[in-house]
Design a protein around this ligand. Structure first.
Ligand code: G3P
Length: 222
């Protein structure tokens, strides 16, 4: 199989902005280069360009709006994300929920612009619905475990397994990520053993005193 994918969402954490974002991106680049793991980051919008310019890692937007260029104020234009250097985008994160119609429109916009789409879901039913829209990835994240320090891999492996099965039944080409509380190589290994192709995580890396050490641990059992 391909190297598992570790996608670090920097959210709007203070610890993930400015020089802190550079520190995390540099750590991701180093660990990816030395281990062969694929490690991406999703910084705040204004840092997509510097991150993609300075570091040899894939950079993702945290959100796009399904709009075309024109008279829209305060929106995130998919074309702008693409030209800033993003490889892809999160869509429908638990902290940025969309309607099903909007998710569909965002996935279509991403496909048109050759941006990878990562649609976040909260259970196996929504994972199946998301898979029907043909994104590149579905990322299953139980909301109650996000930022909790309790890993979905250990607390609720069943939701990962059910989501993988639900997605495969709808569209076997759609890859599955999982997230919420992911913090160690053991969490990542469980997720991969359950059929996902990697993890989406935030706080354990972003808030760490030593993000590089956490990243090394995350990929240590692969
Ligand atoms: O997007 C990743 C996220 O929602 C999980 O957050 O802090 O539980 O790793 P965290």
């Amino acid at each position: 199989m391909d190297s598992p994918f570790i996608l670090v969402n920097l959210k709007t954490y203070q610890e993930g902005m400015g020089s802190n974002a550079h520190r995390i991106a540099a750590a991701a680049e180093t660990v990816a280069r030395e281990t062969g793991a694929v490690i991406g980051i999703a910084p705040v919008f204004t840092e997509i360009h510097p991150m993609s310019h300075h570091y040899a890692i894939p950079v993702y937007a945290q959100h796009i709006d399904a709009i075309a260029p024109g008279a829209h104020t305060g929106h995130i234009l998919p074309e702008a994300v693409r030209s800033a250097g993003a490889r892809g985008t999160l869509i429908n994160h638990s902290e940025r929920r969309l309607t099903l119609a909007d998710i569909d429109a965002c996935v279509q916009a991403a496909r048109r612009l050759h941006l990878e789409s990562v649609v976040c879901t909260n259970n196996d039913a929504t994972s199946a619905a998301a898979a029907a829209l043909r994104p590149d990835y579905v990322a299953i994240e139980p909301p109650e475990l996000i930022g909790s320090g309790v890993s979905v891999s250990k607390a609720d492996p069943g939701i990962i397994e059910r989501s993988v099965n639900a997605v495969r039944a709808v569209n076997p080409d759609v890859k599955v990520l999982t997230g919420a509380g992911i913090q160690s190589g053991e969490c990542v290994k469980i997720a991969v053993d359950l059929g996902t192709c990697g993890v989406l995580l935030a706080s354990s890396v972003v808030k760490a005193d030593d993000p590089e050490a956490v990243l090394r641990d995350l990929v240590s059992l692969l």
